[in-house]
Structure formats: C-alpha cells, structure tokens
Design a protein around this ligand. Sequence first.
Ligand SMILES: [Zn+2]
Ligand SMILES: [Zn+2]
Length: 373
Amino acid sequence: MSDLKVQAAVSDGRGGTVVQELVLPPKVSRLRVESSAVCGTDVALHGGGLKQPAILGHHVVGRVDQLADADAAALGVAVGSRVVVEEYVGCGECVECRADRYRLCPSVDLWTGGERVGMIPASRGSGLHGGNAGYLELGVHHRVHPVPDHLSIELAAWALPLANAVDWTIDTGCSGPGKHVVVIGPGYHGVACVAAAMASGAASVTVLGRTSSADRLDMARALGAVPELSDDGAVRRVLDRVGPVDIVVDTIGSPQTVATALALLGRFGVLVMAGLAGVDSAIDPTAIVRNMLTVRGVRGRSPEAVRRAIELLADGSTGLDSLPTHFVSLEQVGETLQAMGAGKGPVTPHVVIDPWLLVEADTAHSRPLEATP
Ligand SMILES: [Zn+2]
Ligand SMILES: [Zn+2]
C-alpha cells in the first residue's frame, strides 16, 4: 500500500481557495467523496470565519473506500458502503456523546471553540477533514449513516439539510396531519423545512420571503407550499387564508421575523427558532403568554432525524428532485462561495460540489441531470 494523492480545495478563510494535492497515508480509513453540499455556514467560513486554512464542506456523502479494523467496528459500516457523514466528530466520552446527543459535545460546539468536519485545519494530519476534496479521512468518532445506492447524487446530497428540517419542523415543531405550518425564509434550510412539513402531512404550508427571493418562493411552491411576500400585509393574508398557525419555523431570527411569527401563531402554537439574525432583539412576551406558546431553539439534528431524512428521500416523497442542482467542481469552489457571499450565487439553493467533476474554466457550470450519449 502506498500514499494516496488527493485533490482538495483548501480555503484560507480570507476569501481565497486554491486546489492543492494532499497526501493520505496508507491504512488510514477514508471516504471517497461523492458530493459536498454548500450551506450558508460555508459562505461565512470562506469569507473570514476560519482561523487557519481548511478544506470546507460539511454536508458530505460518499463511499467508504478503506477501513482500519478499529474504525470499522465504531462506524458500523463496511468498505463499499455509501454513507452520509455528519460534521460532528464528538469526543465519544462526555455526557452528551454517551447519550447520542453528540451534536452538543463541547468538542464540536462552535460557541466554545469546538470544530467540525469542514473547518478542521488543513495543517493537522493529512489535512483531509472536509468534503471539498476527493477523499475524506475517517476516524473512530465520525458518525455515518447508510444511504441506499438507488438514490441519485442530487437527492442524496439533500440528506443533512433535510435531516435538519425533519428535526426542526417535525420533531421540534410537531408538524403532522392537520397542522398549519409557516416557514420564514426560503433559503436552503427553509426549502428543506417546506419539504419536511409536506412529508409530515401538514394541512397547509406557507413560506414567507422577500421579493428578491421570488425564484426560491417559486421552488417552494413546486414543493406544495403557498408562497407569500413578507410585506406588511403578510400576517393578515395568512390568517385570512388558514387561520391561526400551529407551527412557525423561523430560519431568519430577526426582530421582524420573530414578531411576525408571534402574530401568526394560535393557541398552543410552537415557534421554532432556527436562525440568529437578531441577537439584540427584545421579544414582546405578550403573545407567548396569552396563546400559551412554546418557543424552541434548535441546533443541527439528531441521528434519528438523519435516518428519517434518508428514508424520506429514498421513498421519493419529498419532491426535492423537482429542484435544480447546481454542480460545482473543486476549481470553482472559491468563485462560487465568493459569489454566494455577495448575494450573486446560483438561483437554486442546492449547490453541490462534485470533487470528480472536471470542467473547462470557461464552460457552463451546471451539469445536465441526465448524461447525453
Ligand atoms: Zn451546513
Ligand atoms: Zn463528547
């Protein structure tokens, strides 16, 4: 066995990314990366959120390519398994890890200096600790979930955003048959929350967004949601159409969106707070008390939510295959994240890095969904 040379997009955390060849030593457990879906966290890390250069990419799907014996037992999968890799590499020993709440392990908590897949310094070990590379190094504390082979690359790449949405909308918000749901913000996770609410059998799903998000609102409509512009009349229009709302998932978290949510919710309603745009906002507690509301913050997702998201994708009931996928090569990672940071990214929220996609620098970025002979 010999070293494996791996192409990787290494981001400097100051807005620059270059493709470099890194080396994976023999006998190391590794994943051959199939896709690495981009989310807002990547854009923030790329624009100035990294302390040291790192390979970004924390929504990773791939195939287990090689396994050390100790890792095989811990990971619970075999060589050849197609899996989604969570970004949480917990310590395995703390109270949270032992309770399978590894998303709350101090070692992965970004508020206390923790780190995750997609932000671990490239200077550490092989450096291959993010999805934007041909291979990802695996270890005993990685968390992986099997993905059926029949799922398309496009749908499999939705696994973690949809898992977040399942956790927030169904597990935390209690979306289900008969429930009226409003999702605020038609971004990547907002669209996924629409899909989760629809899959749960909600009576109605409304998505609120600005005129600048018209294309995303149309995509949410294709999933079954009713889009509404978030103007002064939005609350009245929603209340007139569906009555008091049972669940609001706020993916923005600004003073305005929280006020909108509190105005929409009826008795025993649930406000799920999944965004943090307005940390200084003071919340008027009147509606919370009067309507006996539940306000819940959410962070990431449970392992059970990942398994259910994969099941939903596999049984074809999410509708997410109707959304376009914008594929990006390793060479295009920097320019794509920069464009997204400037608000000039692709129209679709589903931006997926395919590390094996080789494109000429001047060709169109989007890969056709079906190969032409
Ligand atoms: Zn993310
Ligand atoms: Zn831990």
